[in-house]
Design a protein around this ligand. Structure first.
Ligand SMILES: Cc1cc2nc3c(=O)[nH]c(=O)nc-3n(C[C@H](O)[C@H](O)[C@H](O)COP(=O)(O)O)c2cc1C
Length: 336
């Protein structure tokens, strides 16, 4: 039987996964030959994510990061999504089993992806005004395809306008909802070393609505920011640089828990590939939070299947902010 002596580094890598509001909604059980991944519903977002769709996607990323960490450490492994927990009592929140199948000779690509786990951070600041190469977008589609997940760039002007408008509307609707604001606030952290939640240092201090861009990022400081009067602009001042992110949608044919896990796994791969290529990303999921805007997006953009993620991708020179994670001991249980 293929065995892993020490699961801690693998779970440590898994927990570097991005998660909605940095809720880290996962727990793990490790046996020598496998790692079971569960959704931790006690860390839910009942207003924003009542079905746990975005949290299951987050756990899917953690599954993929565990797989990448295993391969770079010399273990071949495969993932079973859904199904019964191996040897367990059956748990509705069991999402996937990562089973170690034998030795693996790590390649340069395996090592590059493992390095990208540590380097990846959500970058919400405006990107540099440089275009994302078409070649990279092709690589992202290739990376997601094996999981049954499509990656579609929103590049036509009409589609951009539709999506930018939906995001803007969704952001405003959310900001006017006291329950949404209370939930967001409860996951915002003033301590930069907090083990979970979104640190204020990781979100733009400027008003996202005032950015020279079409793309409204989620405003984590809504209600806390005192609006500054706009600085006077002289006629001969150069216009501010306009960021040129690629905006991509990831989607699936189905819309159930296994599809969400697969969407998360593909998202994990996509994030690592673009990080290894020197780029950065930030999700813009406001328009997917509510069933009505999500359906509207499917119709208005003529999408085949179900959108699961919207992301800006671009080049960034800003210093990344590392967000906290709970210690591995808090999320890992080991059995023989
Ligand atoms: C499913 C999902 C949805 C997310 N939605 C947003 C979003 O709408 N806006 C945003 O700024 N960040 C979003 N994030 C990023 C998380 O806030 C981020 O992953 C978390 O704070 C941890 O930070 P890190 O990614 O830098 O490690 C999302 C992440 C996931 C996995």
């Amino acid at each position: 039987m293929a065995r892993v002596q020490n699961w801690v580094p693998v779970v440590e890598a898994a927990t570097r996964a991005p998660s909605i509001h940095n809720t880290q909604p996962w727990r793990f059980t490790a046996a020598p030959d496998r790692l079971e991944v569960f959704l931790d519903t006690s860390r839910g977002l009942p207003t924003l994510d009542p079905t746990h769709r975005q949290q299951v996607i987050s756990c899917g990323v953690a599954v993929e990061f565990a797989l990448v960490a295993l391969r770079s450490a010399g273990h071949e492994a495969e993932v079973e999504v859904g199904g019964a927990e191996v040897g367990g009592a059956g748990d509705d929140d069991h999402l996937a089993t990562v089973r170690v199948t034998g030795p693996h000779e790590p390649t340069g690509a395996d090592q590059a992806l493992a390095t990208a786990i540590v380097e990846r951070h959500t970058r919400r600041a405006p990107f540099l005004p440089h275009a994302v190469p078409d070649e990279l977008l092709g690589q992202l589609q290739e990376a997601a395809g094996p999981y049954g997940v499509w990656v579609q760039q929103v590049s036509e002007t009409d589609a951009e306008l539709v999506l930018a408008h939906l995001l803007d509307r969704a952001e405003r609707a959310e900001q006017s909802d006291p329950a949404y604001r209370a939930e967001l606030e409860s996951w915002l952290r003033t301590d930069p070393d907090a083990p979970d939640g979104v640190p204020v240092t990781a979100v733009p201090a400027d008003d996202p609505a005032a950015r020279p861009t079409n793309w409204t990022v989620r405003d984590f400081l809504v209600g806390r920011r005192t609006r500054q009067p706009a600085a006077p602009v002289a006629d001969d001042d150069p216009p501010p640089p306009v960021e040129r992110p690629a905006v991509v949608l990831l989607g699936t044919a189905g819309d159930d828990r296994p599809a969400w896990v697969q969407a998360g796994r593909a998202l994990g791969r996509v994030l690592l590939v673009l990080t290894a290529a020197g780029m950065a990303a930030s999700p813009l999921t406001q328009a997917l939070d509510w069933p009505a805007t999500r359906t509207r997006m499917r119709v208005d953009l003529s999408l085949v299947g179900h959108p699961q993620m919207i992301m800006r991708i671009g080049w960034s020179s800003a210093q990344p902010t590392r967000t906290g994670r709970r210690p591995v001991a808090e999320v890992l249980r080991t059995v023989d």
